[in-house]
Design a binder for this molecule. Structure first.
Ligand code: RP5
Length: 162
């Protein structure tokens, strides 16, 4: 069985439709991952334990998605040196700008690699995680190159009426 090196965490079950996009990309690329609901506000002890054990459990990338007062990615980055990729979930009240600013504006010393708002950001988080792992994994690098080439090849040169 493949060792799990990617953790996909999210603040709520309601984030899953967005964060599933990261999982789908990792599925396509054959990268094993785990998924957990870890809320900075509702389950702070779970956050603490997850961050404290991440290195010892062999995680190499954490994708963290949250919406609104989106403190999960930043708090996770404070707790572990495993790189954290943040996904701002699109909220209804403020369209995800609140999530984006909450995740993006980290103080010096504890970075979060912040993606775009919503499902494109989640998918890109999956690709970013794969790119990081591909630095040490030639087979994955080949699959990722193939994925990128296929996407490029799927883009028509000219627009057409839908
Ligand atoms: C955040 O609050 C979660 O990440 C979620 O995006 C948002 C709303 O959560 P629910 O009220 O839908 O559980 O912590």
């Amino acid at each position: 069985m493949q060792e799990i090196k990617v953790g996909i965490i999210m603040g709520s079950q309601s984030d899953w439709p967005t964060m599933r996009e990261a999982a789908s990309i990792l599925d396509e690329l054959g990268v094993a991952y785990e998924t957990r609901i870890v809320s900075a506000h509702r389950t702070p002890d779970r956050l603490w334990t997850y961050g404290k054990t991440a290195v010892d459990r062999g995680l190499q990338v954490i994708i963290a998605g949250a919406g609104g007062a989106a403190h999960l990615p930043g708090m996770m980055a404070s707790k572990t040196r495993v790189p954290v990729i943040g996904v701002p979930v699109q909220t209804r009240a403020l369209s995800g700008v609140d999530s984006l600013y909450s995740i993006l504006q980290m103080p010096k010393g504890f970075p979060v690699a912040t993606m775009a708002i919503g499902s494109a950001g989640a998918a890109n988080a999956g690709l970013m995680a794969a790119g990081i792992l591909a630095l040490q994994d030639d087979a994955l690098a080949e699959r990722l190159d193939g994925w990128r080439a296929a996407l490029s090849a799927s883009i028509p040169e000219e627009p057409r009426d839908e």
